[in-house]
Design a protein around this ligand. Structure first.
Ligand code: HEM
Ligand SMILES: *[C@@H]1O[C@H](CO)[C@@H](O)[C@H](O)[C@H]1NC(C)=O
Ligand SMILES: *[C@@H]1O[C@H](CO)[C@@H](O)[C@H](O)[C@H]1NC(C)=O
Ligand SMILES: *[C@@H]1O[C@H](CO)[C@@H](O)[C@H](O)[C@H]1NC(C)=O
Length: 326
């Protein structure tokens, strides 16, 4: 498997987010955070799931060359964007919510607030507005000049991943086992496609059988929602309360009702199991650990040159190495 050995080679020389701080826009765009939250409130009314979809952006952005909104760039003549990367294609959605937030922020203070920061604010707002914790985000990020589809392909984990693979992956980003389990609790909101669990339901590890860790009644439900010939774009809730950010996700894992293999494996592996148990019985501890994990993940920075994009989908200027081609 390509991604199996790449994990040892990836140059994850991430600068820390030492220059990031709360209140970064207090002087230059004091209303930025209010404006973004307002857009998220409207999104919640329009389509509740879109909050989960936007929150997921933070993970898919920050793990690929740091939190720099590289993920938001559309394909360009000389660059494949990350939107069509393996983990993102037909899966990431609700880009228009970020567009809307950017437009509103640009109206108030043109050219000041980065898309990368808007994405971090929006992820926090998604959690806060669905019943989860609220917290201060650090700001001051720049937007990347390019995207890296190949890097996204190599890094972003498959739903088939097991906990030991995920522990190693998160460790590359200085994220602990506790961070991994807490951040996986983001699957407390939102949905996934049948595509992501077909192997689990019908052919786990090529055995021709379902994953034995799925609780039998739950498996019956999933078999009905995702029968063998289903349109694999059909979506299913990630936990029993998909619109509420709570610790139900961990209760579900304890009872064998995790949706993804990567979810359920957190309960079957010895190193991650104690955290699943703890969070399933103590929502406050989950919330605290989740906030800590989101802040750590939000600190990931590539150290590459950046800019404040005018439009989150398009770089204002071309990267230096490309400019030299002229
Ligand atoms: C630990 C490794 C992780 C894996 C393997 C993973 C994988 C997945 C997969 C396969 C889906 C469903 C996609 C689909 O079927 O189209 C999903 C959905 C989601 N993921 Fe993760 N994920 C992980 C961690 C995270 C993290 C760290 C976050 C955010 C902090 C996150 C947030 C979400 C959200 C909110 C959704 C639902 C999105 C929606 O409803 O549109 N995930 N994830
Ligand atoms: C976990 O996944 C990795 C990578 O796919 C694999 O090499 C390893 O054997 C798996 N570990 C267990 C205990 O299943
Ligand atoms: C299950 O997966 C194995 C290995 O990938 C494959 O050889 C086999 O044909 C699959 N079986 C079914 C029923 O799809
Ligand atoms: C899901 O829908 C997209 C867009 O219509 C299509 O290209 C893709 O093949 C579908 N995926 C699956 C797994 O059916």
């Amino acid at each position: 498997m390509a991604y199996f050995f790449l994990i040892f080679l990836l140059p994850l020389a991430m600068a820390s987010g030492a220059h990031l701080r709360p209140g970064y826009y207090l002087e230059t765009c004091p209303k930025a955070e209010f404006i973004v939250r307002d857009v998220m409130k409207k999104a919640l009314i329009r389509e509740p799931r879109s909050l989960a979809s936007v929150m997921r952006f933070q993970f898919h952005d920050c793990f690929v060359d740091g939190c720099d909104a590289s993920m938001l760039l559309d394909d360009a003549p000389n660059m494949l964007g990350e939107k069509l990367a393996l983990a993102n294609i037909n899966s990431l959605r609700s880009y228009e919510v970020i567009d809307e937030a950017k437009e509103a922020v640009e109206k108030a203070c043109p050219g000041v607030v980065s898309c990368a920061d808007i994405l971090i604010m929006a992820a926090r707002d998604a959690v806060a507005l669905t019943g989860g914790p609220d917290w201060q985000v650090k700001l001051g990020r720049l937007d990347s000049l390019s995207a890296n589809q190949e890097l996204s392909n190599d890094i972003m984990p498959s739903p088939r991943s097991n906990a030991s693979y995920l522990i190693d992956l998160f460790k590359k980003y200085d994220l602990s086992i506790k961070d991994l389990v807490a951040l996986s609790g983001s699957h407390s909101i939102g949905q996934g496609r049948c595509f992501s669990i077909m192997f689990r339901l019908y052919n786990q590890s090529g055995t021709g059988k379902p994953d034995p860790e799925i609780e039998p009644k739950f498996r019956e439900e999933l078999n009905k929602l995702c029968p063998v010939n289903v349109d694999q774009n059909v979506t299913v809730d990630l936990d029993a309360t998909p619109r509420i950010f709570d610790n139900q996700y961990f209760k579900d894992l304890v009872s064998g009702r995790g949706f993804l293999n990567s979810d359920q494996t957190l309960f079957t592996f010895e190193k991650t199991k104690p955290f699943v148990k703890k969070f399933s019985g103590d929502q406050k501890r989950f919330f605290e650990a989740f906030v800590e994990g989101m802040i750590k993940m939000g600190d990931l920075q590539s150290g590459k040159p950046g800019e404040i994009r005018r439009n989150c989908r398009v770089a204002n200027r071309r990267p230096l190495e490309k400019l030299r081609e002229y």
